[in-house]
Design a protein. Structure first.
Ligand SMILES: Nc1ncnc2c1ncn2[C@@H]1O[C@H](COP(=O)(O)OP(=O)(O)OP(=O)(O)O)[C@@H](O)[C@H]1O
Ligand SMILES: [Mg+2]
Lengths: 333, 258, 287
């Protein structure tokens, strides 16, 4: 795998590649049209929950399909706080990470008793339950009508500040949030806790036999993945300025899955690539939604047999071949 | 057992049944600290299940398990490993295949270096230094078992024998008190068996680590052990000096019938 | 009123059972959950709609044609996807079949349009059963379900193929040694399971009337609840579980509120999972 030598240092080509890509992304608005930028904004919206899915699936080995449920909770939280209290964006954002995480903790208690397919089904049920609440708690969420005229992000410490409104500004905001999320993911998976998580993915009983508190780390992965999803919800809701129970539509969950699996599960760069290829590109090509889902279906099915390591794997091996012909180094997957 | 030797592990009437199947049928056993105890028995005689009961993988249907003087019955596996330094190997699962040899060892050592849950999430300089210390220790242990050249190889790409060596090394990482080995010599060549045997002896002698070893290779085991216990259908059939035990007609019969 | 709800629930429950039992046998043999299962139900409804609406066939004639079309479809998918899932981890199986689900569902929407189609067929005249007026189609669904379940029990318990199914479900490695062609058994079981879903789709369409590309989604999710309640891999259990779900749904719709009807399956699913947290999916189901 390209990203992680746990606890060790990143190889120079990895750092160089990362810096290069980051520089391109930062400079991209200089050459891009606002439409192109908006496609990347959409991919960043999906990247945030995808990073959470990557943590729980790619590094802890638990397939959770509840990401878009927590994304929605984060979105609603962020919108409601901003609408009722006029709070600045950072506060909405923090709340949008915290509330799904706090919701995930009690949900995890029954869910973590389950394994394999039972766990997957339970996470699907969670999204359904969250959706039902959002539809029926009309006093808070306005039911099926949803919330509209959600305020745009206000960047400021407390009472005043600058309102994000142009596409370029939204782009940079997303870039900042995604950079933070990627940094957080790297920090988590490279910590000793991340090593335990990977151990759980490999073999849960063996992980417990080396002293890993498997329940706690599975809980941590579930809660943290919800926080990442909530972050995505916050960015999303202040961008589109509306939210309704349609965010819980399974097609969004499928999109997040495609981003992670098609890009490269269990790698840092994989989902980033996945979000650009599978979201921005299909937005840019203006593919009809159904056709896009057909393509996603093909990607999911073929990824299992043909490219289980995602698009990133051939890319990194090609790059590594170019940089250092006989590359050999510590990889975790 | 004499009064002055302390028991590293004591079983008091341990039973385990899976539905109608009685895997362990009420066993009383004291494992003397600092000794190597061999455990043999035909297939299905309950050896692995006994280990499972001792290490918290399964909860005994009845009876008590003590590590030293602490009653660990019903504890979780991870807690027994962390707090009592009672470690075990498995017959099938050997190492974390996706991790490198070095990472396998660091992982195994984390339980001593990071006591609290919160500490494991930290990436600060202190955590970094602790991991570096584990890394150094991992290097020494790999050297010791003769795997230094495979430090950065993925465990899954190593041969089965090398994986077993690595597994053995990883059990030495967290300063163990007692190690339970489930068939450490199965499926590996005589040269590697010899290497593991030497390491077991050395660790036992130098660090006073107690070993309980399940193994079908009776020649190697009786040579290595201070004491041999024979299990048959979940009960102790014979117990004592290796030389005496392997000549016991009941043991010979159990193996032939087994 | 209560009796009415009860018969209603029994009929809907039969539909659920008929779809779910296909998922059950596939799970039993393959050890994988088919996330695309509802899509074959949808495909059955659309194939029959196409035969009636476009080819001008009668409802009666559309049924065998539907089975044929979906059989060919699942032959292709069984060959391309399902046969490869024999020794693949459960999450890979979920992802692969989820992909198939997206593919089928959206292809149907692309072909037949994103809006509802009206299904015009079936025998909807009422008939008197135990002093109650029930549409003939509903009675037919119930009877067909009973026949299918009887036949399946026979197939699995008595036939040679059933023995092979049981062998594959218990131990794939042994089958290789014994000369049982695992891939063939998987393929045939998959076609059997999906055509049962298609049969269910064509039988139900006259009652639900509206058919659309995404109609299988809810059915897949309800099938999860049914097979979990039915005890995983048990054919008789699936039938009872289908009926329980159907009856509870119609009671909840009548006495609690229509919007809570679809929540029943999820509530039951979560409850059963909590009641027996382990053991359902950890090992392959047995017959
Ligand atoms: N999880 C389980 N469920 C049901 N029965 C079990 C389980 N684990 C073990 N058994 C049964 O308990 C008995 C003892 O098994 P165990 O694995 O402890 O034997 P063993 O002495 O380690 O054998 P081997 O030398 O083959 O490793 C066997 O009859 C086995 O079938
Ligand atoms: Mg054993």
């Amino acid at each position: 795998m390209p990203g992680i030598a746990i606890g060790g240092r990143y190889a120079a080509p990895q750092v160089a590649g990362g810096v290069l890509i980051a520089a391109c992304l930062v400079l991209f608005p200089l050459v891009a049209s606002s439409y192109q930028l908006s496609t990347l904004i959409v991919s960043m919206v999906f990247l945030l929950p995808a990073i959470g899915l990557n943590l729980i699936l790619g590094y802890t080995g638990m397939l959770s399909l509840a990401q878009m449920g927590f994304f929605g909770v984060g979105g609603y939280t962020s919108a409601l706080i901003a609408m009722h209290f006029g709070t600045p964006f950072w506060l909405n954002f923090v709340a949008a990470c915290l509330v799904p995480a706090l919701l995930a903790a009690p949900l995890a208690i029954p869910a973590l008793r389950l394994r394999h397919t039972s766990f997957v089904m339970c996470t699907i049920a969670f999204v359904f339950i969250i959706e039902s609440v959002s539809k029926n708690w009309v006093g808070l969420t306005r039911g099926d009508m949803g919330l509209s005229s959600v305020p745009r992000p206000r960047i400021g410490l407390w009472s005043d500040g600058f309102i994000v409104h142009t596409t370029v500004q939204y782009y940079y905001l997303g870039l900042l949030l995604c950079a933070l999320a990627v940094a957080a993911l790297v920090a988590i998976v490279r910590s000793p806790a991340g090593r335990y998580m990977i151990a759980i993915r490999e073999d849960e009983i063996l992980a417990a036999s080396v002293g890993g508190r498997t329940w706690h780390y599975r809980l941590a992965a579930f809660v943290l993945s919800a926080a990442f999803a909530g972050a995505g919800g916050s960015y999303y809701v202040h961008y589109v300025t509306v939210i309704s129970p349609t965010v819980f539509d399974p097609s969004y969950t499928n999109t997040v899955l495609v981003v992670v699996l098609g890009g490269g599960v269990g790698t840092i760069a994989g989902p980033i690539l996945g979000s650009v290829v599978f979201v921005a590109l299909s937005e840019a090509l203006r593919i009809a939604p159904e056709l896009r889902m057909v393509v996603y279906g093909l990607v999911l099915t073929t990824s299992v047999f043909a490219f289980p390591k995602g698009l990133i794997a051939p890319l990194t091996s090609a790059l590594r071949g170019a940089v250092q012909p006989k590359a050999r180094g510590p990889h975790d997957r | 057992m004499t009064a002055e030797t302390q028991a590293a592990l004591s079983l008091r009437g341990v039973r385990k049944s899976f539905g109608p199947v009685i895997a362990v049928a009420g066993i009383d056993l004291d494992i003397a600290a600092g000794k190597i105890c061999g455990l043999i028995g035909p297939n299905g005689s309950g050896k692995s299940t006994l280990f499972d009961c001792c290490t918290g993988l399964v909860r005994p249907t009845a009876g008590q398990v003590l590590a030293g003087t602490t009653d660990i019955t019903g504890w979780e596996m991870a807690r027994i490993a962390r707090e009592e330094r009672l470690l075990r190997s498995f017959q099938k699962a050997v190492v974390f295949r996706a991790l490198t040899a070095e990472e396998n060892l660091i992982l195994a050592g984390q339980m001593t270096a990071f006591r609290s849950l919160a500490a494991t999430f930290s990436l600060g300089p202190l955590a970094h230094r602790r991991v570096q210390a584990l890394r150094a220790r991992a290097g020494e242990l790999l050297e010791r078992v003769g795997l230094a050249h495979m430090r950065h190889s993925k465990a899954g790409e190593m041969s089965f024998g090398q994986q077993k060596l690595l597994q053995f090394a990883s059990m030495l990482m967290p300063e163990p008190r007692t190690i339970l080995l489930d068939e450490p010599f199965a499926g590996i060549n005589p040269v590697l068996i010899e290497r593991i045997v030497e390491n077991i002896r050395a660790v036992n002698r130098e660090q006073g680590v107690t070993f309980v070893i399940v193994e079908h290779n009776i020649d190697v085991l009786s040579d290595l052990s201070h004491r041999l216990v024979v299990l048959s259908r979940g009960s102790i059939l014979a117990d004592g000096n290796p030389e005496d035990v392997i000549r016991d007609p009941r043991v010979v019969e159990a193996y032939l019938a087994g | 009123m209560l009796q009415n709800l009860f018969t209603d629930g029994l009929v809907i429950g039969s539909v659920y059972a008929l779809v779910s039992v296909g998922m059950t046998v596939i799970l039993g043999v393959l050890g994988q959950i088919n996330f695309a299962h509802g899509e074959y139900y949808m495909a059955g409804a659309f194939a029959a709609w196409w035969a009636i609406d476009r080819l001008g066939l009668s409802y009666m004639a559309s049924i065998p044609l539907t089975i044929l079309i979906v059989g060919i479809l699942s032959l292709a998918i069984g060959y391309a996807v399902m046969q490869r899932l024999v020794d693949v981890s459960f999450d890979a199986g979920i992802i692969a079949t989820l992909g198939v689900s997206l593919l089928l569902q959206n292809t149907a929407t692309l072909i037949f349009g994103g809006t509802y189609q009206i299904f015009d067929g079936g025998w909807l005249e009422p008939m008197r059963v135990f002093g109650e007026d029930i549409a003939q189609q509903r009675v037919l669904i119930f009877l067909v379900t009973l026949v299918v379940f009887g036949a399946l029990e026979w197939l699995v318990r008595k036939s040679t193929f059933g023995k092979q199914m049981r062998a594959v479900s218990q131990n794939v490695e042994c089958c290789h040694v014994l000369g049982v062609d695992v891939r063939r058994v998987v393929l045939i079981t998959f076609i059997l399971g999906t055509t049962l879903a298609a049969l269910s789709g064509v039988m139900t369409a006259p009652i639900t009337i509206n058919i659309y590309g995404a109609m299988g989604e809810a059915i897949t999710l309800k099938s999860f609840a049914v097979i979990v309640m039915g005890g995983m891999g048990s054919i008789g259990g699936t039938l009872v579980a289908g009926w329980v779900l159907g009856i509870m749904e119609s009671l909840v719709a009548a006495y609690v509120g229509l919007q809570f009807r679809d929540a029943v399956a999820f509530a039951l699913l979560v409850m059963v999972l909590m009641w027996r947290p382990s053991g359902f999916f950890s090992t392959k189901a047995r017959y």
